[in-house]
Design a binder for this molecule. Structure first.
Ligand code: HEC
Length: 129
């Protein structure tokens, strides 16, 4: 193998390893969910107190997290329903964010109620015990 080919090959393998390490770093487990639980409770109380800045930060974080959850389940054909549940939850967090940004705390509160219900939909199917 000439040195140039070897360099390209090594760079490609290095990238593949780095990517798989990065992807393996995201898992839907108790730790992740406890963090989500804290953020969702925080969001609920920040919406109740009409603290737009803090509530928007919580909602934004949930949108991002559930987008990762959706991608995580999307890699496995046997968890097709979980993709839908994660997507729905993400949508409700985005709805809450939009309402918060518009200073419409009634709409935000309705979205947060829906969000909490959408957690249970997924748990009924995918959370053991
Ligand atoms: C796409 C599916 C899905 C959605 C949506 C989801 N969860 Fe979960 N949740 C799980 C799974 C799977 C577990 C079990 C994880 C484990 O223990 O390995 C879990 C576990 C939990 C736990 C228990 C963690 C512990 O102590 O072990 C809490 C709390 C929790 N989720 C909160 C939430 C909240 C709050 C929401 C909504 C904002 C939510 N979840 C949305 C799938 C989901």
């Amino acid at each position: 193998m000439n040195p140039r080919t070897k360099n390209i090959l090594c760079a490609a393998i290095g990238l593949a390893l780095a990517t798989s390490a990065l992807c393996a770093g995201f898992d839907v487990d108790g730790d992740l969910m406890r963090g989500i639980d804290d953020t969702a409770k925080d969001l609920d109380s920040n919406v109740a107190q009409k603290d737009a800045k803090a509530a928007a930060a919580d909602a934004r974080s949930l949108v991002e997290t559930f987008s990762n959850v959706e991608a995580h389940y999307g890699e496995k054909p046997e968890t097709a329903d979980a993709v839908g549940f994660a997507h729905k939850t993400q949508e409700l967090a985005a709805q809450a964010l939009k309402a918060i940004e518009a200073n419409d705390f009634d709409a935000a509160s309705t979205a947060v109620e829906g969000l909490t219900r959408s957690c249970k939909n997924c748990h009924n199917v995918y959370k053991k015990d």
